[in-house]
Design a protein around this ligand. Structure first.
Ligand SMILES: *[C@@H]1O[C@H](CO)[C@@H](O)[C@H](O)[C@H]1NC(C)=O
Ligand SMILES: *[C@@H]1O[C@H](CO)[C@@H](O)[C@H](O)[C@H]1NC(C)=O
Length: 366
C-alpha cells in the first residue's frame, strides 16, 4: 500500500462514511406514539412498555437494516374500529421481541362473531411488511385475525406465541359459543416466507396460506383452532412450493386442510409437501382437501387446479377422535391432477372419508 493511498483513506473516510452514518446510527426510543416519527429515523429502535391510544395504529416505517428491540408490553386501547393495531415495514429488519407482548385486549371485542358481525374489531391486529427476521414476540388476545404477513423479500418468523386461548370460553355476548372467533394466527399472501418454532392457540386457522410461493411452516404448535390451511383459494390465486413439516396440531377441527372456493377460476395449488407432522384430538377431519368452499364437502368447483400434494419424508401421524373422518378429498372433475405420493401419511381413529373425482393418490389407503 502506498503512502499516498493511506493518506487518501485517512482523509476521505471521515467525510464519505461518517456523514450518512451519523443520521442513522442513533438509537431511537419509543415510550409513546409521539416518539415514533423521530425514532424510526434511527438504525436501532427500542420500544418500552406503553399503551397505544384507542383507535390509532402503532405504525413503524423503519429504515433499511434497522434493528428493533421490544423491551416491555405494548397494550392497545379498546375501541370499535377497523385497525390494524400494529404495522411494521422495512427491508432487512431485525425485530427482537425478547419474549415481550403485544396485548390486543381481545376480551373487550369478543362476541363469538369475529369478522361476521357484531362489534367492529380491529383486524388484522399485527401487519408485518418487513424482510429479515421477526423473533420472540408474544401476541395476547387479538380482537380477531392476528398476523397478516406481506414481506417485500425473504422473511423468517421464529418463536412467536399467539395466545388467544382465553377466547375459547363463551362470554355474555357469544350465546354459549367460544367468544373468540376468526382469530387466524397467520394470514399469508406472499413469497419467500419461513414461519418456525412458534405456538398458536386460537379459534380459527393456525395459518391460512391464501396465495404465494416458497413458504415453509415448520416445527410450530397449533391448538384449539382449525389446523393448518392452504386457502381458501380465490379466483386468480396461485399457491406453489409450500413445505409444512414437523408441526404439532392439537385439539383442532382439522389437522391439515386445503380449501378452494367453489366459484374460483384461473387458480392453482401445486407442490405442497407435508412431512413429519403430528396431530391429536382432531374433531372433524384429519386431512381434508375440499373444492367446495364455503360449503364443506358440498358441490366442488373445477376452476382451481391442484397438483403434487405429497406426504413424504418423515411420517405424518394424525389421530382423529371417534366422530371425525380420517381423510376427505373432494375434487371438482378434472381439477386434481397428476400423481400424489402419500406414503408418509398415517391417520387413525374415527371413520374413513371419501376420495371424490380423483384417483392419482398413491401409496395410501384408509
Ligand atoms: C374430541 O377431541 C376434543 C379435543 O379436540 C375433545 O375435547 C373431545 O372430548 C373429543 N371427543 C371425543 C368424542 O372423543
Ligand atoms: C410429488 O409426488 C409425485 C409422485 O411421486 C412426484 O412426481 C412429484 O415430483 C412430487 N412433488 C414434490 C413437490 O415433491
Amino acid at each position: 500500500m502506498s503512502l499516498s493511498f493511506l493518506f487518501l483513506l485517512s482523509v476521505a473516510l471521515p467525510f464519505t462514511v461518517a456523514a450518512p452514518a451519523s443520521s442513522a446510527s442513533c438509537t431511537g426510543t419509543i415510550s409513546s406514539l409521539s416518539d415514533v416519527s423521530a425514532a424510526v429515523k434511527c438504525s436501532t429502535v427500542n420500544i418500552n412498555a406503553f399503551t397505544v391510544p384507542a383507535g390509532q395504529t402503532f405504525n413503524l416505517p423503519l429504515i433499511d437494516g434497522a434493528t428493533v428491540n421490544l423491551l416491555g408490553t405494548v397494550t392497545f386501547g379498546e375501541k370499535e374500529w377497523e385497525g390494524p393495531l400494529f404495522q411494521v415495514s422495512g427491508n432487512s429488519i431485525t425485530f427482537n421481541g425478547n419474549g415481550n407482548t403485544f396485548d390486543g385486549q381481545g376480551a373487550f371485542y369478543w362476541d363469538g362473531q369475529g369478522g361476521n358481525g357484531g362489534v367492529t374489531k380491529p383486524a388484522p391486529m399485527m401487519k408485518i411488511k418487513i424482510s429479515g427476521t421477526f423473533d420472540n414476540v408474544k401476541v395476547l388476545n387479538s380482537p380477531s385475525r392476528v398476523f397478516s404477513v406481506s414481506n417485500p423479500a425473504k422473511l423468517t418468523i421464529s418463536k412467536v406465541t399467539v395466545d388467544n386461548s382465553a377466547g375459547d370460553a363463551p362470554n355474555s355476548k357469544s350465546g354459549g359459543k367460544a367468544a373468540g372467533h376468526n382469530t387466524d394466527g397467520f394470514d399469508v399472501s406472499t413469497n419467500n416466507l419461513i414461519i418456525q418454532d412458534s405456538v398458536v392457540m386460537n379459534q380459527d386457522d393456525c395459518i391460512a396460506i391464501n396465495k404465494g410461493s416458497d413458504i415453509v411452516f415448520q416445527r410450530n404448535t397449533c391448538s384449539g383452532g382449525h389446523g393448518i390451511s392452504i386457502g381458501s383459494i380465490s379466483t386468480g390465486a396461485t399457491v406453489s412450493g409450500v413445505t409444512i413439516s414437523g408441526n404439532t396440531i392439537k385439539n383442532s377441527d382439522q389437522a391439515l386442510r386445503i380449501k378452494t372456493k367453489a366459484d374460483a377460476t384461473s387458480a392453482s395449488v401445486s407442490d405442497v409437501t407435508y412431512s413429519g407432522n403430528t396431530a391429536t384430538g382432531i374433531r372433524r377431519f384429519g386431512v381434508i382437501i375440499d373444492q367446495s368452499y364455503p360449503s364443506t364437502l358440498g358441490t366442488p368447483g373445477t376452476g382451481v387446479k391442484i397438483s403434487a400434494v405429497n406426504f413424504t419424508g418423515s411420517k405424518n401421524t394424525v389421530a382423529v377422535n371417534s366422530s371425525a373422518k380420517r381423510v376427505e378429498v373432494n375434487c371438482g372433475k378434472g381439477a386434481c391432477t397428476g400423481t400424489w405420493d402419500w406414503s408418509a401419511l398415517s391417520v387413525t381413529g374415527g371413520s374413513a372419508g371419501e376420495i371424490v373425482n380423483f384417483n392419482g393418490i398413491q401409496n395410501f389407503s384408509q
